[in-house]
Design a protein around this ligand. Structure first.
Ligand SMILES: Cc1cc2nc3c(=O)[nH]c(=O)nc-3n(C[C@H](O)[C@H](O)[C@H](O)COP(=O)(O)O)c2cc1C
Length: 209
């Protein structure tokens, strides 16, 4: 069945900016697409395991040679893949941590990308969903910022879904979220509010399309 796959990553609960923006997206989407189910995956509350040697090896050998443990781990992996492949819409909310995605999101990505199973090399392995990635970050890496060029997240997430054949991937940024929280960021409080408001408006407009 086709559904919206909503993945959250931040462990910050109600304080999370990325969750707030993604919730606005999902609310707007379900308001304008009333018959679509939402499948939620909270990677902070319920992380997927990192790939281990047994799981990797299971992908290299014929199915009938797998041990019961390998069968269980590979079946779980395929369930994650199927959740992605049967989505019409995927929305991921994530913090930027140390210029990249948190490791719980990386673990999910490593579980789902399997050459020949989820990649753009064959039509059967291609993902047809529209993908939206909401990112909250403490500062800004746009042109003119002192750390311009340090954002290794935006391009990476586009690469991840591009590799699966997704044509429409948009990254929505909420910047300066540490203003008013971390010492030294006080002067960016207005930028923070403007950026979060703009991210919510962008999310709602995209979801309603
Ligand atoms: C471990 C850690 C690493 C972080 N690394 C960065 C970073 O590299 N760049 C940045 O702009 N903000 C960084 N931040 C700030 C977060 O991106 C910011 O608090 C953001 O709002 C987190 O998303 P959330 O509000 O959805 O939890 C970091 C925060 C933590 C806790």
């Amino acid at each position: 069945m086709s559904h919206v796959l909503h993945i959250d990553v931040s462990p910050m609960g109600d304080h999370s900016v990325s969750r707030q923006v993604a919730n606005a997206y999902v609310e707007a989407f379900t308001a304008s697409h009333k018959d679509v189910a939402v499948v939620t995956r909270d990677l902070a509350a319920d992380p997927v395991p990192h790939l281990d040697g047994e799981t990797i090896m299971a992908g290299y050998i014929p199915a009938e040679q797998r041990t019961p443990s390998q069968v269980a781990k590979f079946t779980y992996r395929m369930e994650l893949v199927e959740e992605v492949k049967s989505s019409q819409e995927i929305v991921i909310s994530t913090p930027m941590w140390n210029w990249q995605v948190p490791s719980v999101l990386k673990a999910w990505i490593d579980q789902i990308i399997i050459p020949g199973v989820l990649d753009a090399s064959s039509e059967a392995a291609t993902v047809n969903a529209r993908v939206t990635v909401v990112v909250a970050q403490g500062g800004s890496y746009k042109e003119g910022a002192p750390r311009h060029g340090w954002d290794y997240l935006t391009g990476y997430m586009k690469q991840v879904f591009g590799s699966m054949g997704v044509k429409d991937v948009e990254v929505i940024l909420a910047e300066f979220t540490l203003a008013g929280v971390a010492p030294g960021m006080e002067t960016f409080v207005d930028n923070k509010k403007a950026s979060i408001d703009a991210a919510i408006e962008t999310a709602k407009a995209r979801a309603s399309k």
